[in-house]
Design a protein around this ligand. Structure first.
Ligand SMILES: [Zn+2]
Length: 110
């Protein structure tokens, strides 16, 4: 997972990669004080796991969003096509339902 934390000296973001899945695992692995080296100002500083954020992988987010959009379009497309192909069956079924309801209604009154 890509992580980032603000340098306490210059305020720039320090990016680093750690083989953990979340912040809790990070503190278990590295303790309460994580020493990070800032390349911008060449200083080491200690960071608490709470000050460290997971860097979102933008590419994965975009791919996920695209899959979602394409999936939705495809589902609508297939449902629409299925409906058009079976439109008559749908309508026949509906007519039967109406007739059934009507006959029940008649029986009730007779
Ligand atoms: Zn710095």
């Amino acid at each position: 997972m890509k992580l980032e934390s603000k340098c306490k000296n210059c305020g720039k973001y320090i990016e680093f990669t750690e083989n953990v899945s979340d912040r809790a695992e990070l503190s278990l692995e590295k303790g309460e004080n994580i020493e990070l080296f800032c390349k911008k100002c060449s200083t080491k500083s200690c960071h608490h796991p709470n000050d460290i954020n997971a860097k979102k992988n933008r590419v994965i987010s975009i791919i996920g969003f695209l899959i979602f959009v394409i999936g939705t379009i495809l589902i609508y497309h297939f449902i629409g096509e299925f409906y058009l192909e079976h439109k008559e069956q749908f309508e026949v079924k509906r007519t039967f339902l109406v007739l059934e309801n009507y006959s029940e209604h008649l029986q009730f009154h007779l």
